[in-house]
Design a protein around this ligand. Structure first.
Ligand code: CP3
Length: 351
């Protein structure tokens, strides 16, 4: 069953989904990666005393947090409040999200025997996701909900390193030194990720984003050989679900073509490559998402507007453009600057 046929037509006809499909839009749609989270006082209030992973398992809380930026900023899409490590936790991996650090894995995956930690994900493992998305789609009306997952490489980077890393030395040691083990690890992660995205789409998500946040650490030749097959498997698995598939990473200027090739309908671009140049690298037939530098939001309103005009100007010839930041909202960002930015993009691009 295609999700297109099950969602209300007002959602299907939203500016966000039209832009993803490269159809004409009434205005350029805007949403922000990490729009739900620490930049909002109302988020900090409802999260008080509740650990991050626990908050992801409470459907009412997930619903409230997901809706907060939609109410406050008037963004064109909601993103499901969760984390990339939630499906790994759900299959029993011993991990936690440490405040100010990120995901930490108790027993890193370094050997073939360690692969036994990874079993398939079933919808029952994440029944709270199905429940929360049911609540959310009722509240959201015509605003589309974006589901998401971590891509196999980015998940593997946490699982093999045991936590955040700058160099990915253990992950790369496996990738270069034991390519078979690496391929098997990424293949298992692809199955888990695909199953997790399917749960979200079947529950009512109107689009999905695959976060390969750390893929920019790889040379194109290694990405193509050792990472692209697993990400392509994820995109292929949801290809017949009828929802746009967004593929995002940071520092991926040299990988943009390959990230499109992996099977995305929309390629996310960070702030390092202007969108017109990104379109040349990605090639025809795909929309782009991005790409204001998130630190620009710490500058004056006039400076934010000037940098936003640069993004919009370089997007002028694109087949489809979803306005976003080049990476997530930083926690110290003034929420009012985000609201002003949404208004500015909407007003400036109204057709
Ligand atoms: O609004 C949204 O975008 C949805 C929420 C969301 C979270 N994590 C919530 C979260 C999304 C899309 C993610 C994805 C995610 N998680 C990624 C890919 C996106 C990216 O930024 O590149 C990655 C790499 C992670 C792993 C992770 N989880 C990190 C690096 C951190 C930050 C650690 C810290 O405290 O600085 C987390 C924790 C996390 N995930 C928080 C939130 C709101 C902060 C925890 C908190 O609020 O207590």
């Amino acid at each position: 069953m295609s999700a297109n046929q099950t969602q209300p037509s007002a959602t299907y006809d939203s500016a966000f989904l039209k832009a993803c499909r490269r159809e004409p839009v009434p205005h350029t749609p805007v949403w922000f990666m990490r729009q739900a989270g620490r930049s909002l006082p109302e988020y900090r209030k409802v999260r008080e005393g509740i650990p991050m992973l626990e908050s992801c398992m409470r459907p009412e809380l997930v619903t409230e947090i997901t809706l907060q930026p939609v109410r406050r900023h008037g963004v064109d899409a909601a993103i499901y409040f969760s984390d990339i490590v939630v499906p790994l936790k759900a299959i029993g991996i011993d991990l936690d999200i440490k405040p100010g650090v990120g995901p930490v894995v108790e027993r890193p995956i370094r050997t073939r025997a360690d692969l036994a930690q990874l079993r398939d994900l079933t919808p029952e493992d994440v029944s709270y996701v199905t429940e929360a998305i049911g609540l959310l789609t009722r509240e959201l009306g015509s605003t589309p909900l974006i589901g998401f997952a971590g891509a196999p490489f980015t998940l593997a980077s946490y699982l093999v390193e045991g936590g955040p890393s700058r160099t990915y030395e253990n992950a790369k040691a496996m990738m270069y030194g034991d390519p078979e083990l690496w391929a098997d690890l990424l293949d298992r992660l692809a199955d888990i990720t695909a199953a997790f995205l399917k749960v979200q789409i079947e529950a009512g998500a109107s689009a999905v984003q695959l976060f390969d946040s750390w893929a920019g650490a790889l040379a194109p030749v290694d990405y193509r050989r050792s990472v692209l097959p697993a990400s392509a498997k994820v995109f292929q698995a949801v290809a017949d679900h009828g929802v746009p598939r967004i593929h995002f990473g940071v520092g991926t200027g040299e990988l943009l073509g390959l990230m499109g090739e992996a099977g995305a309908d929309v390629v996310g671009v960070d702030w390092r490559v202007p969108l017109d140049e990104a379109a040349r690298r990605v090639g025809p037939g795909k929309a782009l998402q991005g790409n204001l530098d998130p630190t620009v939001l710490f500058a004056s309103t006039a400076a934010v507007e000037a940098k936003t005009r640069e993004v919009l100007d370089s997007a002028a010839g694109l087949e489809g453009h979803v306005f976003n930041l080049g990476h997530g909202v930083m926690p110290a960002t003034d929420p009012d600057a985000l609201t002003r930015l949404v208004d500015y993009v909407h007003t400036r691009t109204a057709r």
